[in-house]
Design a protein around this ligand. Sequence first.
Ligand code: BG6
Length: 458
Amino acid sequence: MDKNFLWGGATASYQCEGAWNVDEKQESMWDHYLHLQELENGDIASDHYHRYEEDIRMMKEGGQTSYRFSLSWPRIIKNREGEVNQKGLDFYHKIIDTCHKYDIEPFVTLYHWDLPQYWEETGGWLNLDVCQAFEHFSEVCFKEFSDKIKFWTTFNEPKWFIVNGYFIGNYPPGLQNVQKTMIAAYHVMYASALSVRAFRAGNYPGQIGVVHSYTPVNGVNDSIETKIAMRYADNYCNNWILDTAAKGEFPIDLVAKLSESYDVSFMEEEHLSIIKQNTVDFIGLNYYARTLVKPYTTGETQLIFNHTGKKGESKVVIKGWFEQVKDPNSEFTAWDTEIYPKGLEDGLIEAYERYQLPIFVTENGVGVREDVTVDCVNDDYRISFMNDHINAIMNAQDAGCDIRGYYTWSPFDLYSWKNGCEKRYGLVAVDFDNNQIRKPKKSYYWFKEIIESQAKLI
Ligand code: BG6
């Protein structure tokens, strides 16, 4: 690996900070939704708000060189008028300064799903005003932190929070409406371009990208019908984010297909030209699994997401487009995620060929139930998972791809959206029942050795 290759861990504000109503932080749409439904929530989570120093120090002691985290919009902006909360800014200054103190490169996400509830109440991502509000929030952050930050990203995984929030309905705002899904998706990509425009206009140092939940698409065979299904799946899973952010264009065949059944008049010339002119400097790819598909021509659309951790519950079939199938030879987690490292290698090669932009693997990890009362969790499955995925990255590099970093999800255990804290991804165990005590798992020490052995090869 190149000596500047970044090795680290990624988190999101809502999933780890806790302190949900402390120091004038406003309610986020996730606070509101989970409180209302009386579900397990991130009120305390990993208590990173109070323990960030310990967490960042452990990253350093674990050999890591970068920390990817998100800024909470409702912690920083108090209301729809855009008033700034100095205490929120102070908190992120402390995080960033602690990173620098330990020689850890901070890698910032502007939006990891915690929309302020005061904006959700006006329609959230269905309201065009929220795009301007996001631009304002971005500018506040650029002005405040840009002398300390080299890497910015606008959105974490537009596909995931839009599809789950507006199409499947398992995330807030809990809608199941295709027309609204399209509008929200469009607004988010427009807001991302506005943020990139503000970054360039301010001549801030560093680079700006977008982070995508990348599921490269494979077909069950080589038939023409399967190839068509693959194209639908690729448009649905990947292209509407990556083509739009990296090339400045929504996939033309996707727009044509949707316009047969839905109203696309919200796509205005002025927005499209801003999207075209404000493409990203790099791509962040979160990789958990691929999408294996076959044609699906009859029957109803059905999207079911596994939040129980009981194998076999999930289903993705979109009438007339594709059906997601399970490879009988693959291993799956209890939450139905296929373990398929080859998908990362193939996907990186494909994404690099298409976009010719530097790539960071901004998330990769495996979520499992673990007993964290032991001294050191023996997570050999995680070691083998990470080992195989890091090898996949090296293979893609050997094939000529420009890959600049690897972030494990996650450096320590945190709250998993709608799954609660029992679905653990961390290299450091957090005992949620015992004062959030931290204890490194076996994978933490293994990752340190990998990073150090790579450094020796340089
Ligand atoms: C990514 C997100 O989709 O995957 C994270 O960026 C998320 O926020 C991670 O936690 C794992 O997903 P889950 O649903 O298992 O928590």
